[in-house]
Design a protein around this ligand. Structure first.
Ligand SMILES: [Zn+2]
Length: 220
C-alpha cells in the first residue's frame, strides 16, 4: 500500500468535509434557510438607542402614579378585556400607516381612549419631524399593550423581570421597540425626539428597557 502524502491527505480531508457539508445541506435545508433568513434580518438591525438611557428613566412609581385617578382594574383574561371593548371602555388598536401592531401572545391590543389618542399624537409629532427633514416616515412597532393577571403569570415563568403588578394591566401602557433597520437610524433619532417632546409636555412616563429592547411608555 502506498503511503499517503501530505497533499493527498489534505485532499482527502477536504473531500470528506465537502461531502459532509453536502449531506448536512440536503438533510437540513429548511433549517439552514431559516438560519440564513434570521441572520440576514439580524445583521441589518440596529438595536442601539442613542440618548435613550439618559432621556427615559421614569421608574415604576412614576408609571404607577399615572393610574392614581384613571385606569382599569386588572382583569383575569383576554375575555374580560373583550367585555370592556364591548362596553366601549377600551378600544381595539390595529396596524395603520403610522404604526405596526406586532403579533403579541402575552397582551391584548386594547387601550383606554387616552392611550389611543396618545399614540396618534406621537405619530403626528414624529411625522412632522420627518416632513421637516424631508425623510421617509417609517412606522414604529408596538410590541406589547394590555396584559391580564393570567398573561402576566405566563410571562413570569419565562421572564423574571415581568412584574406582577405591571402597569400593562391597567389600560394605558405600551411597549415600542427601538430595534430598527440600519437604514432607518435617522428616523429612530426623530422618533426619540418626538417622544421626548411629549414627555416634556407631561403627557407620558417613559422607561428605557435594555433587556426587552423597548421603550415602556405610560401615558398621563
Ligand atoms: Zn412595558
Amino acid at each position: 500500500m502506498k503511503t499517503l502524502t501530505l497533499k493527498n491527505a489534505a485532499m482527502l480531508i477536504l473531500a470528506i468535509v465537502f461531502i459532509s457539508l453536502l449531506i448536512v445541506g440536503i438533510k437540513y435545508q429548511k433549517q439552514i434557510n431559516r438560519l440564513i433568513a434570521y441572520w440576514t434580518i439580524y445583521s441589518n438591525q440596529d438595536s442601539t438607542c442613542k440618548q435613550c438611557g439618559i432621556l427615559f428613566q421614569d421608574g415604576i412609581s412614576d408609571h404607577e402614579s399615572a393610574y392614581r385617578f384613571e385606569g382599569i382594574k386588572p382583569k383575569n383574561d383576554f375575555d374580560d378585556l373583550q367585555k370592556l371593548v364591548d362596553r366601549n371602555k377600551l378600544i381595539e388598536i390595529e396596524t395603520t400607516e403610522n404604526y405596526i401592531i406586532e403579533p403579541m401572545d402575552a397582551s391584548y391590543p386594547v387601550l383606554l381612549p387616552k392611550g389611543i389618542a396618545f399614540i396618534n399624537r406621537l405619530a403626528k409629532e414624529y411625522r412632522d419631524l420627518c416632513d421637516q427633514k424631508h425623510i421617509e416616515y417609517i412606522p414604529f412597532r408596538i410590541t406589547s399593550i394590555t396584559r391580564t393577571k393570567k398573561s402576566v403569570e405566563e410571562l413570569r415563568k419565562h421572564n423574571r423581570n415581568a412584574i406582577e403588578n405591571s402597569p400593562h394591566l391597567k389600560g394605558k401602557t405600551i411597549d415600542i421597540s427601538y430595534i430598527t433597520n440600519k437604514k432607518h437610524v435617522r428616523q429612530k433619532d426623530l422618533f426619540v425626539q418626538a417622544l421626548t417632546r411629549l414627555k416634556e409636555r407631561g403627557l407620558c412616563y417613559v422607561k428605557f428597557e435594555v433587556q426587552k429592547k423597548c421603550l415602556h411608555i405610560t401615558c398621563r
